[in-house]
Design a protein around this ligand. Structure first.
Ligand code: PMP
Length: 362
């Protein structure tokens, strides 16, 4: 565990994780939920996302194993951006050079942050399949061959990715739930009854699931969220779409291959649901307007997936049972997406009251 925040921290790496679990009471009331709807708010980690945790864990483990040598190694990583930002924080502090390969689709904000932290960024075409030499993964592999002392920590296969969540994200959620007393106005089962998260590499959902099911509540239901157009959901029939590519705008979740760290065991991930951009961005808007949470697009996917799950046979009994604790993971913040159309559309153009017809004096 990182030191208590009231102490002086040794570096920004000690401000990774330890994020709050926050009630979504207003949305729960609107939905008629009797359970506690709780959000694990990861944009409050130092680099702004859930991926800070794995960046820190992978760098520390690689140093311990002698794979990363200060003053010598160059870190390269293919990423949708947030792992890159987490690595850039660690590399800035530790003095490593960092090269990030990232598909064009990912936001300019992420690229700007990466460059601001001192990383180099190479953009790659969105349409290249993962195993093409031109994809973000293919380009990272070529750069590794070309750059002396280059190391790819490889979030897609590195065991420290799910382990970071099994050791930190999961236990933090459990701690918060078991240390919050139940009361007559706030009933609680005193355990985590269900957990909902999107999957990119799948490290978050796999690691948190293991923490919850192994050490806490074997009956906990874990729900994976996958955008339409991606192939991570099980059973595979869920991934069947209309012919042709189905690009989605939400960043950080979904892939065209199954990452090695994503558990395929239905005992780890009980249920999968598919979501689309429209419902994800509407859910982001609700998280902002009803709960004051400045989250990114995949957080909207996770919430909209959770709300859909509450209407399924499996989810209904959780929705309607007082005291059940259902946790939704909100992976990053809107800082990463402030120039994106989906954000500006509702932030600037969806006001019920326009600034010029409020009747207020300037
Ligand atoms: N949301 C966002 C915004 C992300 O950047 C990521 C990581 N790609 C995820 C969700 C999914 O996390 P994981 O890779 O652990 O499945």
């Amino acid at each position: 565990m990182a030191p208590h925040p009231s102490q002086i921290l040794d570096s920004a790496l000690d401000a990774v994780g330890n994020t709050p679990l926050i009630r979504l009471d207003n949305i729960a009331a609107e939905e008629g939920l009797k359970c506690n709807l709780l959000a694990k708010v990861e944009f409050l980690s130092v680099g702004g996302s859930v991926k800070d945790r794995i960046a820190k864990a992978m760098v520390l483990a690689a140093e311990k194993e002698g794979k990363l040598i200060p003053g010598k190694s160059v870190v390269i990583e293919p990423t949708s951006g947030n792992t890159g930002i987490g690595l850039a924080v660690a590399c800035a502090i530790k003095g490593y050079s960092l090269v990030i390969t990232m598909p064009n689709k990912m936001s300019r904000e992420k690229e700007a942050l990466l460059r601001a932290l001192g990383a180099q960024v190479v953009r790659t075409p969105d349409e290249e399949p993962w195993d093409s030499p031109k994809s973000h993964i293919g380009v990272a592999q070529r750069l590794q061959r070309e750059i002396p002392h280059a190391v790819i920590l490889d979030q897609y296969r590195n065991v420290n990715n799910p382990l970071a969540h099994e050791y930190t994200t999961g236990p933090e959620i459990i701690d918060a739930v078991v240390s919050t007393p139940a009361s007559s106005s706030r009933p609680s089962s005193m355990q985590v009854d269900a957990f909902v998260a999107g999957a990119g590499t799948g490290g978050t959902i796999t690691g948190v699931s293991r923490a919850l099911k192994k050490a806490h509540n074997p009956e906990c239901i874990v729900v994976g969220i996958d955008p339409i157009g991606s192939i991570l959901a099980l059973p595979n029939s869920l991934n069947e779409t209309e012919p042709g590519p189905q690009p989605y705008v939400v960043e950080g979740i979904g892939y065209d291959f199954i990452p090695g760290v994503l558990s395929r065991d239905p005992a780890d991930i009980d249920t999968w649901l598919k979501t689309n951009d429209e419902e994800a961005f509407k859910a982001v808007q609700r998280l902002m307007r009803k709960e004051g949470l400045l989250v990114g697009g995949s957080s909207g996917s996770a919430l909209s997936g959770a709300l859909t799950w509450f209407k399924t046979d499996q989810g209904r009994k959780f929705a309607q049972t007082e005291g059940m604790n259902v946790v939704v993971l909100l992976a990053d913040g809107v800082r990463n997406y402030m120039s994106k159309e989906w954000f500006l559309d509702f932030a600037l153009h969806s006001d019920k009251v326009q600034s010029d017809d409020t009747g207020l004096e300037a």
